[in-house]
Design a protein around this ligand. Structure first.
Ligand code: NAD
Ligand code: ZN
Ligand code: ZN
Length: 382
């Protein structure tokens, strides 16, 4: 089969690999019909995540058709059209039993802090991902779900990560009626977080980024107010001005380890890797929230410490909430929101690349060229 393969930072290729085999009776092999590139893949692409091995296939946002099932699989049969959450999880450990699917204890021999994720380095288990023609899906009775007949492929693929994560980000914000919500980052995760904040009762939603074309999308798609942080000497002061000098009730951080906005932090974190990424957006969130407010962090960070303003967070009495999204937990409500037209994830898709052109897709998405918001990958066997 053809598969995206990592060859080192900024170097990816499409190469021939064996079609994965069933390794466990509860595995399924899925023929991928549509995949996406996530902002998280960019952290791998830039060499920022530890233990990203040469030869690894990325891709944790994908849908497909069941090609083969192991002998104990009961919920899926060959030919089913399925969506697969980015989390790999057992469904029965202490954490899974409490809905903490992204913290499953049984799927990642390399770490106890995080569970399994497809195509996301050996830090999350070393499972090959779905930017390929076929992918092995462990615990096939647990994660995947049949795609409802009425749902489009493009909505379904975005439910496997970006949409569920943005919604989860708003959920962790514990938004009360009338709250002012500030969202950092106008990528797919931030755009959905902004949209979802309205569904949860926000009175005002302000999206912050420095890419004007994405801020325009935040206004059209998520009906948010926008601020371009590059236009202000100090974005935190501007946020304070806009919120009666109190700060935001809720801040949702959808930027992560490669935040721009402070050259020193960016070089120390994202370039020299002296810390687990640049904490600029996180510190803006801490400074921009009002005392007693809540910060929900969806942006991804490396495991080593960051120069985070933790003392300020403590003194302000902030509630900090965060996790990798437990994707399938969000699906029942999200299915309804999509069916009723409240959320339209596929409107974020700007690009569709054949798998053979995936190096170009990473280049365009990484450099935010050509108005790129969300690129999809179409395998040739689809
Ligand atoms: N927790 C989870 O389960 C989960 C799931 C998916 C993605 N993520 C993470 O969420 C983050 C966003 O993902 P995405 O797909 O939307 O990525 P993306 O790269 O498309 O978007 C990130 C946006 O942040 C903007 N940005 C950079 N510095 C900023 C700053 N200081 N303030 C405000 N905006 C800034 C960028 O211009 C860009 O538009 C990534 O870190 C990704 O790894 C986490
Ligand atoms: Zn992702
Ligand atoms: Zn588990």
């Amino acid at each position: 089969m053809r598969a995206m393969v990592y060859r080192g930072p900024y170097k990816i290729r499409v190469e021939e690999k064996d079609i994965p085999a069933i390794e466990h009776p509860n595995d399924a092999i899925i023929r991928v019909t549509l995949a996406a590139i996530c902002g998280s893949d960019l952290h791998l692409y830039h060499g920022l995540m530890p233990d990203t091995r040469i030869g690894h296939t990325f891709g944790h946002e994908f849908i497909g058709v069941v090609h083969e099932v192991g002998s104990s699989v009961q919920n899926l049969k060959v030919g089913d059209r399925v969506m697969v959450p980015f989390n790999i999880y057992c469904g029965s450990c202490w954490f899974c039993a409490r809905g903490l699917y992204s913290n499953c204890h049984n799927v990642n021999a390399n770490a106890t802090a995080v569970g399994g994720i497809y195509g996301y380095s050996h830090t999350t288990g070393g499972y090959d991902g779905g930017q390929a023609e076929y992918v092995r899906v462990p615990f096939a009775d647990v994660g995947p779900a049949k795609i409802p007949d009425w749902m489009s492929d493009e909505d379904a693929v975005l439910l496997t990560d970006a949409t569920s994560t943005g919604y989860f980000g708003a959920q962790l914000g514990d938004i009360s009626e009338g709250d002012t919500v500030v969202v950092f980052g106008a990528g797919p995760v931030g755009l959905v977080a902004a949209q979802s904040s309205w569904l949860m009762g926000a009175g005002r939603v302000i999206v912050v980024d420095h890419l004007d074309y994405r801020l325009e999308k935040a206004r059209d798609f998520a009906h948010a107010e926008t601020l371009n942080f590059a236009e202000y000497q100090d974005i935190v002061v501007e946020l304070k001005k806009q919120t009666d000098y109190l700060g935001a009730d809720v801040v949702i951080e959808c930027v992560g380890a490669e935040a721009d906005g402070n050259l020193l932090q960016h070089v120390a974190g994202a370039k020299l890797k002296m810390q687990g990424g640049s904490p600029v957006a996180l510190n803006w969130a801490i400074d921009g929230a009002r005392k007693g407010g809540t910060i929900s962090v969806m942006g991804a960070y490396g495991p080593i410490p960051n120069a985070v303003k933790f003392g300020d967070a403590l003194n302000k009495g902030l509630t900090l909430r965060m996790n990798q999204a437990p994707v399938k937990r969000q699906w029942p409500r999200l299915f309804e929101h999509i069916r009723n037209g409240y959320l339209k994830p596929s409107e974020m898709v700007t690009h569709r690349f054949p798998l053979e052109e995936i190096p170009e897709a990473y280049h365009v998405f990484s450099n935010k060229l050509d108005g790129c918001i969300k690129p999809l990958i179409v395998p040739s066997a689809a």
